[in-house]
Design a protein around this ligand. Structure first.
Ligand code: BES
Ligand code: MG
Ligand code: ZN
Length: 463
C-alpha cells in the first residue's frame, strides 16, 4: 500500500474518505455535520458509510467513531481505524483517505494500523486477495509519516517471513535474508564455526535435520552509541518436537517457530532507515528440530557455550537450548541489555491466550519499559514470575540442569532455564510470544497467520 502525505485529503479523488467523530461531542468538522446522521454518535469503532454523489471528489465518506475524547489514545485510534479499513476492504475500495480531526498524534496508529489490517499472505494464491493500494493522509508531519511507514514495512517484512512454509524459510534462507539487509553488517557462522564457538546445546537441536544450522549475527552501528543492546530471536524453522515428536494437531503451525527470528529480521531491516543512536546486535540461532537418524535424544547431556551442562529431558523443549547458546554469545558482546523473543512455550499460550505475550527478566526497569512501550503500540505484555521453585524442578541427577521441569508453570520454568545463560551484569528481558505470534483465527487488526509480534514494540523501544 502506497502512503501519500497530501495538503488536504478532502480534495483527493479516492474511493473512501474516512472522517472521525468523538462521542457526544459537537464537531466543527463540516464533513461529519454534512454526511453523518444525528444517530451517528461516534462510539469507539462505530462506522457509517454514505455516497457523496459528486459533492466531494471521493466516492464515499465513511464516518468512524473515536469514542470519548478524554479516553482517546493510540490504541483507540488504531482500533477505530482498523474497523474502518476492514470495511473499506469489504467494499473493495482501492484508495482511501483520512481526514482526522484530533490533537492526538495519529500518523503511527493510522498508518501502521491500516497497513496491518490491509495485509494478507497471498503469495502462493493464484487468485489474489483484495487489498487497498493507496492511503492518503494530511495534517501530520513528514517525519511522522516516514517513521510510521518504516514500522509498517518492518511488520509486513516479519509477517511475510513467518508465514512462509518451512520448505522455503530454512536456516539457510534466513541467513540469506539477513545478509541482504542494507546498512547492517552481517556475520553467518556455519556448523564448524558454531562447534568451535562451543555451542553444544544449539548444535544438538540442529543435528536431527538435513538442513544445516546457521548462527546469524547482524549489527547496526552508529558513531558514539548511547547504549549497546542485543536482540535475539528464536529461529526454529520447523519444530516437529524431535524424537519426542508432537501430535499432528500441535505440529501444524510449527513453521511459525521462527517468529522471533522473523521479528528480529524485521527490526534490523528498519534500523538503517530510522537511524537510532544506539548499537543493535540482532542474533538468530537458526535450525530445525527434526527426528532424523542423527537426532539428539532424551538422556543426552549437552554442554552450552558457558560450560553449563544440560540433561535432555524432552527434545521438544528445544527453543531454550538454542537460546541458551545465543544468550551466552550476546552476553559476551558486553552489551548493556539483551532482549530475546521466542515462541517458547505452549504453557504461555495456555496462561495468556492470544491477547498478550509473556515477559520475564532480571531487571524491573527494562521489563516495565517494554511493557509500557508495548501497551502504547498495541502489543500487550504480561509479566510472569521468576521464582526459585521453577528452577528447582529442573534439577538433574547427572547434569547441572534438565531442559524441562514439571508439567505446570512451563513459561516460568523456561524463563528460569534461560536465566542460567545470562551473566549478572547484563540487563535481560525474555518475551514469550507462543500465543501471539501466529493466529489460527483473524483477530483485531490481524488476519489468520503471522502477526509480526514484537516488531512494533522493539522498534519503538529502540527509538
Ligand atoms: N515451539 C514450542 C512452543 C509453542 C507451542 C509455540 C505452541 C507456539 C505454539 C516449543 O518448542 C515447545 O515445544 N515447547 C514445549 C515444552 C515442553 C516440552 C516442556 C511445550 O510447550 O509443550
Ligand atoms: Mg518444541
Ligand atoms: Zn519450539
Amino acid at each position: 500500500m502506497e502512503i501519500k502525505l497530501v495538503e488536504d485529503t478532502k480534495e483527493i479523488v479516492c474511493d473512501v474518505l474516512i472522517v472521525n467523530k468523538f462521542e457526544d461531542k459537537q464537531t466543527s468538522n463540516e464533513l461529519i455535520n454534512k454526511f453523518a446522521p444525528e444517530t451517528f454518535k461516534g462510539k469507539k469503532g462505530e462506522t457509517f458509510l454514505i455516497h457523496t454523489h459528486g459533492s466531494l471528489p471521493s466516492t464515499y465518506v465513511m464516518a468512524v467513531g473515536f469514542g470519548k475524547e478524554d479516553k482517546t489514545d493510540n490504541n483507540v485510534i488504531r482500533e477505530a481505524v482498523v474497523k474502518a479499513v476492514k470495511k473499506c476492504i469489504e467494499l473493495k475500495a482501492k484508495s482511501i483517505a483520512f481526514n482526522i480531526d484530533s490533537d492526538f498524534i495519529f500518523a503511527l496508529p493510522v498508518i501502521v494500523g491500516a497497513s496491518i489490517a490491509n495485509y494478507n499472505f497471498d503469495k502462493y494464491k493464484t487468485k489474489k486477495e483484495h487489498k487497498i493500494s493507496e492511503l492518503y493522509i494530511s495534517n501530520v508531519s513528514t517525519e511522522g509519516v516516514e517513521s510510521a511507514k518504516v514500522m509498517a514495512e518492518a511488520v509486513e517484512f516479519a509477517r511475510n517471513i513467518a508465514n512462509e512454509p518451512a520448505a522455503y524459510a530454512t536456516p539457510t534462507k534466513l541467513a540469506e535474508i539477513a545478509k541482504n539487509i542494507e546498512g547492517i553488517e552481517t556475520a553467518i557462522f556455519e556448523e564448524e564455526e558454531i562447534k568451535s564457538l562451543g555451542m553444544g546445546a544449539f548444535l544438538a537441536v540442529a543435528q536431527g535435520s538435513k538442513q544445516p544450522p546457521k548462527f546469524i549475527h547482524m549489527k547496526y552501528s552508529c558513531p558514539n552509541p548511547k547504549k549497546r543492546i542485543a536482540i535475539i530471536g528464536k529461529g526454529l524453522c520447523f519444530d516437529s518436537g524431535g524424537l519426542d515428536i508432537k501430535p499432528a494437531a500441535s505440529m501444524l503451525t510449527m513453521k511459525d517457530d521462527m517468529s522471533g527470528a522473523a521479528c528480529i529480521l524485521g527490526v534490523m531491516q528498519a534500523l538503517n532507515k530510522l537511524k537510532p543512536e544506539i548499537e543493535v546486535n540482532g542474533i538468530i540461532a537458526a535450525c530445525e528440530n527434526m527426528p532424523g537418524c542423527n537426532a539428539y535424544k532424551p538422556g543426552d547431556i549437552l554442554t552450552a557455550k558457558n560450560g553449563k551442562t544440560i540433561e535432555v529431558d524432552n527434545t521438544d523443549a528445544e527453543g531454550r537450548l538454542t537460546l541458551a547458546d545465543a544468550l551466552c554469545y550476546a552476553c559476551e558482546l558486553n552489551v548493556d541489555e539483551v532482549i530475546d523473543i521466542a515462541t517458547l512455550t505452549g504453557a504461555c499460550m495456555v496462561a495468556l491466550g492470544t491477547a498478550a505475550s509473556g515477559i520475564m527478566g532480571n531487571d524491573s526497569d527494562l521489563v516495565n519499559n517494554i511493557i509500557e512501550v508495548g501497551g502504547y503500540c498495541g502489543e500487550k505484555f504480561w509479566e510472569l514470575p521468576m521464582w526459585q521453585e521453577y528452577r528447582d524442578n529442573m534439577n538433574s541427577d547427572v547434569a547441572d540442569m534438565k531442559n524441562t521441569g514439571t508439567r505446570y508453570g512451563g513459561a516460568s520454568a523456561a524463563g528460569m532455564f534461560l536465566k542460567e545463560f545470562v551473566t549478572d551484569n547484563v540487563k535481560w528481558a525474555h518475551l514469550d510470544v507462543a500465543g501471539t505470534a501466529f493466529l489460527e483465527h483473524p483477530s483485531k487488526e490481524f488476519c489468520k497467520g503471522a502477526t509480526g509480534v514484537g516488531v512494533r514494540t522493539l522498534l519503538n523501544y529502540i527509538i
